[in-house]
Design a protein around this ligand. Structure first.
Ligand code: PEP
Length: 251
């Protein structure tokens, strides 16, 4: 039985003041004990959020890490070891905004995944196809390649300590959502790909859906057998909306 998870990706949003407001709202949420909740603020505000959520059962993560695990001469980057030191427990790797807008390669994503794990962080590997790829019938090919690049370089066993997020690029921040059936079929394919290598790892890994998840569509998506919760962008900036999504996953 997989424990559901809801992860809020704040992207490049926030100021010290708005982050303080959001923390206040999150602290007031009554969360079900049946769901893991994590938030991913911009790196600059990680310490503020770690301190602000102390004692609340919410994990704090980062949105990216350097491909080198340890601190060193890499201007502008943040090492997984530093994120761990700051109180992060998780990190997103391979978000589509980084893959597409910042040209992050599959190889770089795999290195970041390894860097995260080597520092005790749980990576959330983000995968997903663009609209053009979906229209060309290449969804499973693209997602499978993104997953394979981690399996080939690190082995399938690394997914025993990781989370996967399927995020169709055309659904991120657009208000468009994959239907529960569309999402389920990709989640099932991801699980089958892992199962071909290691059935136990495949059964245990949580696969989150991301792409315009909101309170109104969360329950239906999370009701699908291979959808174990959500990676939520825009809706995670509103504590009440985020709380409703967490409740949908907890039920
Ligand atoms: C995301 O950024 O990972 C995301 C899913 O965004 P949104 O929920 O806004 O589509």
């Amino acid at each position: 039985m997989r424990r559901p998870m809801v992860a809020g990706n704040w992207k490049m949003h926030g100021t010290r003041a708005s982050v303080a407001e959001l923390i206040k709202g999150l602290r007031q949420l009554a969360l079900s004990t049946g769901v893991d909740v994590a938030v991913f603020p911009p790196c600059l505000y990680v310490s503020q959020v770690v301190e602000g959520l102390a004692g609340k059962s919410m994990v704090v993560g980062a949105q990216n890490c350097a491909y080198e695990p340890l601190q060193g001469a890499l201007t502008g980057e943040v090492a997984a070891s530093q994120l761990h030191d700051a109180g992060c427990k998780m990190v997103l790797v391979g978000h589509s905004e980084r893959r597409l807008l910042l040209s992050e390669s599959d190889e770089a994503v795999a290195r970041k995944f390894a860097a995260a794990q080597s520092c005790g962080l749980t990576p959330i590997l983000c995968v997903g196809e663009t609209r053009e790829q979906r229209e060309a019938g290449k969804t499973l090919e693209v997602v499978s390649r993104q997953l394979d690049s981690v399996i080939e370089s690190l082995g399938v066993g690394v997914f025993a300590q990781a989370v996967i997020a399927y995020e169709p690029v055309w659904a991120i921040g657009t208000g468009l959502t994959a239907t529960p059936d569309e999402a389920q079929s990709v989640h099932a394919a991801i699980r089958a790909q892992l199962a071909a290598e290691n059935a136990e790892v495949a059964r245990g890994v949580r696969i989150l859906y991301g792409g315009s998840v909101k309170a109104a569509n969360a329950a239906e998506l999370f009701g699908m057998p291979d959808i174990d919760g959500g990676l939520v962008g825009g809706a995670s900036l509103n504590a009440d909306e985020f709380g409703a999504i967490c409740r949908a996953a907890g039920n």
